[in-house]
Design a protein around this ligand. Sequence first.
Ligand SMILES: [Zn+2]
Length: 526
Amino acid sequence: MRTAILALFLAPAVLVSQAPTYDLVLRGGRVVDGTASPWYRADVAITGDTIVRIAPAIAEAATRVVDVNGLVVAPGFIDIHTHARRGLFELPTADNYTRQGVTTLIEGPDGGSPLPLKPFLDKIAALGISPNFASFIGQGTIRGQVVGDADRTATRDEIEQMRGLVRQAMHEGAFGLSSGLFYVPGAFTPTEEVIELARVAGEMGGIYISHMRDEAKGVVESVRETIAIGEKGRLPTQVTHHKVVGMAYWGGSVETLRLIDEARARGVDATIDQYPYTASSTNIGSALMPSWALEGGRDATLKRLKDPATRAKIKAETVAIIRDERGGGDPKNVQIAANQWDPAMAGKTLAEVTASRKLPVTLENAAETTLWIFEQGNAQGIFHAIGEQDLERILVHPATMVASDGEVAVFGRNHPHPRSYGTFVRVLGLYARDKKLLPLETAVQKMTALPAQRLGLADRGVLRVGMKADIAVFDAARVRDTATFEKPHAYAEGVNYVIVNGQVIVDGGRMTPARPGRVLYGPAKR
Ligand SMILES: [Zn+2]
């Protein structure tokens, strides 16, 4: 009995003396802490899912010590705009993201999200994924459920019903309201109605993030609208994947950024996110056909296309969109990314598809081919119509964060936009290091502290004691994107280690089987 008691008293002491102090120590790295402060040399110690010590030299024993001398140790990247549910269920390790150092994926952008949110988030939690995951609730999805795809204003009752759905989603863990006012049915929503919904999200601590009504001719007006929704809705507001589409409108970012600065100066919490490419990607129908032609859903559109007079009207507008807007002035500037009814079409340009139909490649025939593609079952497209100067001007703006707008890419399948594989490392490699457009520390801030603050993630986004151990370790001299528009399936280079909640998911540049990602819940979760 006496010995037993003695052993009981001794046991903890023995355990302490034998057990290593830390689970993992990253030794000798350059800490870029996410705040945009200059890097400093330190060891970083992790226990469980938490950063427990950062010091010039940590000598205590650790279960594992990784020598990261010469490498950058940064917070894991937080991607505030993704379509990750595309592919995530097939590839829960989300390799194209995690190999870039991305540790948190935010879904539900552009007004489109699962509804209700809870079963979806439960499914993700049960799946077990490598990065963390969170979601917005989509205004377009809510309107689609309550009003349908109709081009009309909502009734008072419908607005109340929609506000109720926003409230429910916020209680289920949404981080705020997203809109896609460019898409049907978001396009049919008056600004006032968006404000009514945004208010609910704002009162519950959420933000508003918008794929704006118009990113081409009306881009300035659309930024005004996004600011107004934040101002009148009394919540933080964000222009998502900010760009100026169509050569005729290039240079427009001078004015849009001035509007953002002006709004911020008078106290409107307005920010921006962006992907670093001069091409966008969405489905061919939404991108190249007028939104009135898409009212009421696919069957209604097909019916319109059967009527010769209406078809001619749609085609004329599609010609203009290819010439002046998303088509980049030339059918060569539109590329097929994915096509379910003809997978072999992926990678071809609209010019090539037009020619393959034995039609001379004119704007009219390219428009006719666009309508034909829609009729066959639509397709995902890539649209080369963004100016490099606007891109760079937006990127260096202090209110701009980096986000991919990408998806979880199954390696080798389809012909996706390279942003899914390269967004973060492209900013670090091409724009920060090679073009010297911004300091590395600022580039990292745009991927970490900035989106974390935006979402109210108080325990991520900065490397500091007490924060969750989401970490990206990369070689600043080697980090780069390798995915191109020609060969999009290519992983990032120069990212050596990625840690999520204290677990190593990329180890010496290789994926591990660990799936430590968590579902993160917004400010009003019950
Ligand atoms: Zn979008």
